[in-house]
Design a protein around this ligand. Structure first.
Ligand code: DLL
Length: 372
């Protein structure tokens, strides 16, 4: 799609989303009215700036279902983020939301190399985390053979990989590396040639090009992996993913309208600038999200890619604008550690979080001071 046509589609969808929110979302109706925004006020894409930002705190404050804009009987799935204490962020999907989500995931999976003849092992934990079920339905949509092994049970994972001659793996980069190391550890019994693994659809945590090379070398046999980004508040995986050229993550722009802002001044930055990613999910209806502050730092390239796709590409995540850390796929905020410590008697309020990465496996240790 040309940029002009894409922007016209985004504008039409943005207006219809604002109109929908005014009529169906108690939360947004109030917020939009306070800001004096109506669908008629949105005349061009930059008019999105009239709409206030949405944050994780909004979802926490309205826990669990305060931001729903359809009756509960129209919700067919609920997921939640991996909050360790306090209220997790709950997200909910209508049947149409799930269909859109599968479409988004199918796109990134195909860009990563999946086809209907791919046998793919999903090594994300199945459950409230969006990673496993998101990839599961997206891959089924393209006709791939899904093997839902979930995470853990390494020897079984590797046995299925050899016996089924699995072509692709879905995992976090660190788990993909861990499996490769475990496979190498058993190479005297099962040589690396007994695996048929050709590529990895990786995501949910950062993966530098250096780490990617190391993972690829560990698996050997031409193993190739791509980076995939998303977050539960924006459906889950499927928002963006790398193609074979790995020159940025292609965004499903007909579903996601992206802005880059300065996290301090909150002003929108020029195209190409690096800053915090803000996303409006143009097609989500069960729990609509307007201008969501992801806190993830990146920049967006609007030039067409060598692969032929014309969708904008976001740079690999460069960092966070808050202090969130991801430990083995779980989002952890130091403030959550603090609230857990406050409930324990006999320790002072000072603490130290020590993060370690051994091989590619994260560990987190909390050191506290004992009170006399
Ligand atoms: O991690 C969704 C997902 C699942 C994406 C599977 C890709 C594959 P959450 O648990 O809500 O959702 O965590 C979202 O994880 O704001 C980023 O900080 C981080 N993150 C996700 N993907 C990447 C990535 C899923 N490719 C939070 N690179 C986001 C770096 C990532 N960070």
């Amino acid at each position: 799609m040309s940029r002009k046509d894409m922007e016209a589609l985004q504008l039409e969808r943005l207006k219809s989303l604002v109109d929908y929110c005014e009529k169906n979302s108690e939360f947004y109706a109030k917020r939009l009215a306070k800001a004096g925004v109506t669908a008629d006020k949105i005349k061009c894409l930059s008019d999105i700036e009239y709409i206030p930002y949405t944050t994780k705190e909004d979802l926490r404050d309205t826990y669990p279902f305060g931001m729903l804009s359809v009756p509960m009987e129209d919700i067919v799935r609920v997921h939640a983020s991996s909050g360790t204490t306090g209220n997790p962020t709950v997200v909910a999907y209508t049947r149409e939301d799930l269909a859109n989500w599968s479409e988004q995931v199918a796109r990134v999976a195909m860009a990563a190399g999946a086809t209907e003849s791919t046998k793919v092992q999903i090594c994300f934990g199945y459950g409230m985390f969006t990673g496993a079920l998101g990839l599961h339905y997206g891959l089924e949509k393209i006709g791939a053979t899904v093997i839902p092994t979930s995470s853990g049970n390494t020897e079984k994972q590797l046995k299925f990989m050899r016996d089924f001659q699995t072509d692709a793996i879905v995992a976090t980069p660190s788990y993909c590396m861990y499996l490769a190391e475990a496979a190498r550890g058993m190479a005297d019994k099962y040589p690396m040639e007994s695996y048929n693994l050709k590529y990895g659809i990786l995501g949910s945590e950062g993966c530098t090009p250096e780490m990617r090379t190391e993972i690829e070398n560990h698996w050997g046999n031409g193993f190739f992996c791509t980076d995939n980004y998303g977050m539960s508040e924006l459906n889950g995986p499927g928002m963006s993913g790398e193609c074979m050229y790995r020159d940025g993550l292609h965004i499903s722009e007909d579903h996601f309208l992206c802005e880059i802002i300065d996290s301090n001044s909150l002003s929108v930055l020029d195209k190409g600038a690096t800053g915090e990613l803000v996303v409006t999910n143009l097609t989500k209806r069960g729990l609509p999200i307007l201008r969501y502050r992801t806190k993830d730092i990146t920049n967006i390239n609007y030039d067409a890619c060598k692969c032929g796709r014309t969708s904008a590409r976001m740079h690999k995540i460069i960092g966070r604008s808050d202090d969130m850390i991801k430990v083995r796929g779980v989002n952890v905020f130091p403030s959550q550690v603090e609230s857990a410590l406050i409930g324990i008697g006999g320790i002072s309020p000072n603490y130290l979080i020590v993060l370690r990465r051994e091989g590619y496996s994260d560990s987190m240790e909390v050191r506290v001071e004992l009170m006399d």
